[in-house]
Design a protein around this ligand. Sequence first.
Ligand code: G7M
Length: 319
Amino acid sequence: MAAAQNSGDAETHQAAKRLKTDETEAGNNGEKFISNFEVGRVLRDSTREKTIFVHGKIDDQEAIVILEKTPITEDVLPEMLKTSTQTLEMRNDIYSTYKLRPPPHLSGVKTTVICPATEKHVKKYLRQETFLIEETEQDYQSITLPYINSQSFSVQWVYNILEKKAEADRIVFEDPDPQDGFVLLPDFKWDQKQVDDLYLIAIVHRRDLKSLRDLTADQLPLLRNIREKGLEAIMKRYSVPASKLRVMLHYQPSYYHLHVHFISLDYDAPGCGVERAHLLADVIQNLQHQSVYYRKHTLTFPARADDTLLGKFREAGRL
Ligand code: G7M
């Protein structure tokens, strides 16, 4: 049924190809595209995470650009220390501070562009106060489900991946089975430069499962398959064992097509908090005990102040 997409040489080739693609994009059209960005307003920034989310325009189209300084890894340290230009800022007794300017290939900034960006994207990245919502089975049926069905949440990017129209060269593993199969590939949050912040997503081939809420014991073979083969593929490709990975689902997800996150345990990724993350191992156990667990139980999730769903819960007097 399923087969690892690559093995041995093919994997090395794939990795080389991936790097080449990155370079080509950055060096040619990518560079020009980003330099056309006209800065509008800052939606969110964090000095601790060294990120900034900016709303603006590229060639008259709404755009969001996310800039993130990448971590310094051990393998580049010797070269960085040797080849950076350095300026002494201050010296006092045994203490001194410097400003190092590494050569361009060691000072990359991970950049994500969303263009054309919709109002929903802007809202998603705008800093907002969050609230917890406790969603009962009844709330799901009367508030959440009608809301999901009434929205045109585009999962086109997901279909592009499943149909190999986008990111095909980034696929790490695929099980093509239409019922229990999935595609495993790097989340676009991960630049694949180091495994400390490893982040992959497994996207199921089935198109009828929106989220955790839709899962019953019928999907146990699918979930076990994702866990087992996803972990195996990550071990094979990145040598990261299961004991170093957080394998989880979000509730609510941002995109209503079932997917599972595989995240390095060393990476404090957004959405890993108890209010949004559900470990796949726990989900499997809960469904083993009670097939309708996720249909019946109250599920708690965070929602931002400007989230339409939060507004619907308020209107219904549930908040
Ligand atoms: O569970 P939730 O729906 O919040 O997570 C969706 C995940 O998909 C996030 O971690 C995003 O970073 C990731 N993601 C979103 N988009 C639009 C893309 C994309 O186009 N490609 C890839 N590889 N990941 C994406």
